[in-house]
Design a protein around this ligand. Structure first.
Ligand code: CA
Length: 364
């Protein structure tokens, strides 16, 4: 240790002793501790969502460590405390302080919530982060939840998903007519407009339904999660790419009254832990999906193919119609839609010079 450093330490120790009386009330406030509960829309043990890098349990661990144990969060899987899709109501009522899910589960409460998870033909991970963190996205998210007494922030991302699994290859728009497909949410409405017989099934029921022919096709997430359900054993055509979910955001939903009781430093801990999980979970998905995709193609005879251009074009036309209808019905959806699309237009132009140009010219 250098002499200067020793002198400095000795001076600060003296200053600390003299100032201790004054500092005490601040220390007492700073050391106030909190025990919170967080529910998840996904079952205990689900990779990415519940366990593993950037998941709900990882988020709770990071908050515990970063807060020096002053904010402890007990995490509950779907069905443990409340059913999978009742986290919104539980946080709103204050039964739990937090919920970990995706905001598009709440479109029945407020349609604008769709935009904070994924928009079909919308932005990728980079663009979405740009809008959320720096383009006013998170502020709008909080505005949408204001009437419900909640705040929200991103805390995970799957990256681009896959179109899904098909027993027969899709070669034209006509092949979609009468196709029985598991596909939830807004994308389901788009497919329905093109004649798809849309089925909404929870994750665990997809494989048996596809295997028995109750459905002809199914969308879930991407190579790692889909392989875990065994979907490759029930259908061989794996269409790409995730036009419907180009970067699916995980949502950390927080009761606003509970949030306002947290000291500023603990609020910062939550925000920083959630931002870390947003990046870390997406990184994990890239690794897990690269490995799973290779295995599916090399070892499990899966045929991965992009949807034909004509099908993509038809899906895009229908998506625009479905979004226009939603915008016409609800002023808040209109406000969020306009912010999202204005950011996207700029991001798309920039991306044309950067990401897209890189992929087209360098990556091939
Ligand atoms: Ca999906």
């Amino acid at each position: 240790m250098s002499i200067d450093r020793r002198k400095f330490l000795s001076k600060s120790a003296t200053a600390g002793a003299v100032g201790a009386g004054l500092a005490f009330p601040m220390v007492a406030k700073a050391q106030q501790s909190f025990n919170w509960k967080m529910t998840s829309a996904y079952p205990k043990g689900s990779p990415f969502y519940f366990d593993g890098p950037g998941s709900a349990t990882d988020l709770a661990k990071r908050i515990d460590v970063m807060s020096g144990g002053r904010l402890k969060i007990q995490v509950f899987g779907a069905g443990e405390l409340v059913p999978a899709f009742e986290g919104f109501d539980a946080v709103r009522a204050g039964t739990v302080e937090m919920n970990h899910a995706n905001s598009y589960f709440w479109t029945g409460k407020t349609f604008a919530a769709q935009y904070f998870t994924a928009v079909p033909f919308g932005m990728n991970f980079q663009g979405m982060n740009g809008w959320l963190y720096d383009g006013g996205g998170i502020d709008l998210w909080n505005e949408v939840y204001e009437p419900f007494g909640m705040v929200a922030m991103p805390c995970g991302n799957t990256g681009v998903q896959m179109t899904g699994w098909f027993k027969k290859e899709i070669k034209s728009v006509a092949d979609l007519k009468g196709l029985k497909m598991r596909i939830p949410g807004l994308a389901g409405k788009v497919y329905a407009n093109l004649g798809v017989d849309v089925k909404v099934l929870p994750g665990g029921e997809i494989f048996p339904a596809l295997e028995r022919g109750v459905i002809d096709a199914a969308e879930f997430v991407g190579p790692y999660q889909d392989r875990r359900l065994g979907l490759q054993k029930a259908a061989k055509f794996y269409h790409t790419t995730g036009w419907h979910e180009p970067a699916t955001v995980s949502e950390l939903l927080i009761n606003k009254a509970a949030w306002q009781k947290l000291p500023k430093d603990l609020q910062a801990v939550v925000e920083n832990a959630a931002a870390a999980c947003n990046v870390i979970s997406e990184g994990w998905c890239q690794k897990a999906n690269s490995e799973a995709m290779e295995d599916l193609i090399k070892n499990q005879k899966v045929i991965a193919k992009p949807l034909p251009d004509a099908v993509i074009k038809a899906l895009r036309v229908e998506t625009e119609k479905v979004l226009a209808e939603a915008v016409a019905k609800d002023p808040m959806t209109k406000k969020v839609h306009e912010s999202y699309m204005a950011f996207k237009a700029k991001y798309d132009r920039w991306s044309g010079y950067s990401e897209a140009a890189y992929h087209a010219k360098v990556r091939g």
